[in-house]
Design a protein around this ligand. Structure first.
Ligand code: ACM
Ligand code: ZN
Length: 514
């Protein structure tokens, strides 16, 4: 049967003039899952893949039982929760784990084994995660994606044992989250008259107030997630052991907030085209707190991402409210004014049982006491934060920004290349991090910005196969790092993912399909 399938694939490949060295699951070897597990051992026999899902599963949730399998290996609490032992026998599947999370990951491994080949060779797998944060970020502000698209990516994340979805919900070109207290954010600034991001930006309409149109305007481009949509997405993610972390940007990247509520920016401007919120006015904090209260109610994550990146501070130098705030709070400059805002929002988050994450610019002017830093401008910000005793998530743009091209032929990317091998080469335990500070490295994230990425198929060819590399760097142990081996598995999984309906870039042949 398998041989017949192989001949059929070859015949099709030849008849279509497809490249010889095509992504195919045919080269898959037993145990070729992504991310690579800690231990994989062959036992005897095999099971038809189509029958694997029907095999009876004997599941034992017991820390003691799992500890025996670990054979003296000590794991952290969060590693233990994700750890599992899996045995695929001819007649049964056995799973041992300390927690439901480990059972879930055992089942993902099983699904992947079955998807990769027509038979699953009987085996045992012992496995646990290397890092606790294995993330993917999607920017739905610049280009909106509906909830079905988001679910589809959550499904792939789950198969790859990724567990944090950073939802970049608001930014200059569109606000995407229902907030009852401020309906203009979605009745107006979730909708653009110009769908293409760059055309929209070049039109300069934001300053004159024409950048957005009322919801329901014929031809309007955009969308947003209602509270019901968010509840549905969160339930879908939680069933797959994925935590969704919302980002509400402040004080920069706020064109859209300014268009909906113009009173939130500085009253006297040095740079009228800048789009920062005014950290001088008390009413800005009232707005942010009211928004966050609704966000906290919607999202159970212990974290809120408050942005903090790329805030132009020119208006704050002239604004009487900002200058009065600087004086009243004994601040030295506008950097410290941003820091004042972030620290104040952190106190508010703490009052509601939440912790903040911010882009590495939040280091400037003084870091909020408990903030986690998302290091994107290289790894320096992360290292500085660790030196101050803070937690860090790495998403350095040169390795982890998935809006960059995989190669020179890729459809509409940011031009500086971030090929699959480069992503895979990233090591989150950056040189200079001491053994005592390793626990501050929460993990890494692949980040997909969408200035160039308008359509779902395009978002997927940017995400895949590079998300496979993020997943493996985040989960697999350092001694498993082996690019040729990973590339072979990534090519096999690319072929399977395509059959599942994903658009996966063929990085070897530099091809994509719409
Ligand atoms: C960023 O890329 N501005 C975080
Ligand atoms: Zn101001």
């Amino acid at each position: 049967m398998r041989r017949l399938y192989y001949l059929l694939v070859c015949a099709l490949a030849l008849s279509c003039g497809a490249p010889k060295d095509k992504d195919t699951a045919q080269g898959a070897q037993p145990g070729d899952i992504i991310p690579a597990p800690v231990e994989y051992a062959l036992t005897s026999g095999s099971v038809e893949s189509a029958k694997v899902a029907q095999l009876p599963q004997k599941v034992k949730i017991s820390e003691k039982a799992l500890s025996k399998r670990l054979n003296g290996k000590e794991l952290t609490d969060w590693q233990l929760k994700g750890a599992y032992w899996l045995e695929v026998g001819k007649k049964t599947v056995k799973i041992e784990a300390a927690d439901e999370e480990g059972v879930f990951y055992a089942r993902q491994s099983l699904k992947m084994l079955a998807a990769l080949d027509s038979t699953v060779t009987c085996c045992t797998i012992l496995d646990w995660p290397r890092f606790q944060y294995r993330g993917l970020m999607l920017d739905v502000s610049r280009n909106f994606q509906d909830k079905e698209f988001v679910k589809k990516q959550l499904e792939m994340m789950a198969l790859l044992k990724m567990n944090r979805f950073h939802f970049h919900l608001v930014d200059n070109p569109g606000w995407r989250l229902q907030i009852d207290a401020y309906p203009r954010l979605t009745q107006f600034t979730a909708w653009r008259p110009i769908p293409d991001f760059w055309e929209w930006e070049d039109s300069g309409g934001d300053v004159s107030g024409g950048a957005f149109v009322e919801e329901g305007t014929p031809g309007a481009y955009g969308g947003y997630y209602s509270k019901e949509d968010i509840a549905e997405l969160l339930a879908f993610a939680a069933e797959r052991q994925i935590e969704v972390i919302p980002e509400i940007e402040m004080p920069g990247h706020n064109y859209e907030t300014r268009a909906a509520y113009p009173e939130l920016v500085c009253s006297l401007m040095k740079a009228p085209d800048d789009w920062e919120l005014c950290p001088g006015k008390e009413s800005t904090y009232e707005f942010l707190e009211n928004v966050l209260l609704e966000v906290f109610e919607m999202f159970p994550s212990p974290y809120i991402h408050i942005g903090g990146d790329e805030a132009g501070k020119r208006n704050w130098e002239l604004c009487p409210d900002c200058q009065a705030r600087i004086k009243a709070e004994g601040l030295q400059n506008v950097e410290e004014l941003q820091s004042y805002m972030i620290k104040r929002m952190e106190r508010f988050a703490h009052e509601h049982g939440k912790r903040i994450i911010g882009w590495d610019e939040i280091l400037e002017g003084g870091l909020a006491p408990d903030a986690t830093v998302m290091s994107w401008r290289g790894t320096e910000g992360g290292l500085k934060a660790i030196a101050q005793g803070h937690d860090v998530i790495f998403t350095p743009s040169r390795y982890c920004y998935l809006d960059h091209q995989q190669d020179s032929l890729q459809y509409k990317p940011v031009s500086s290349p971030v090929p699959l091998e480069k992503v895979y080469s990233f090591e989150p335990l950056v040189e200079g991090i001491s053994e005592a500070d390793v626990h501050h490295v929460l993990g890494l994230q692949g980040s997909l910005w969408t200035e160039w990425v308008h359509e779902a198929w395009h978002a997927e060819i940017m995400l895949y196969p590079r998300a496979f590399a993020i997943a493996e760097v985040g989960w697999s142990q350092a001694d498993k790092k082996n690019y040729p081996d990973f590339e072979r598995r990534a090519r096999a999984w690319s072929a399977v993912a395509r059959q599942m309906g994903y658009n996966v870039y063929d990085s070897k042949n530099k091809q994509y399909t719409k």
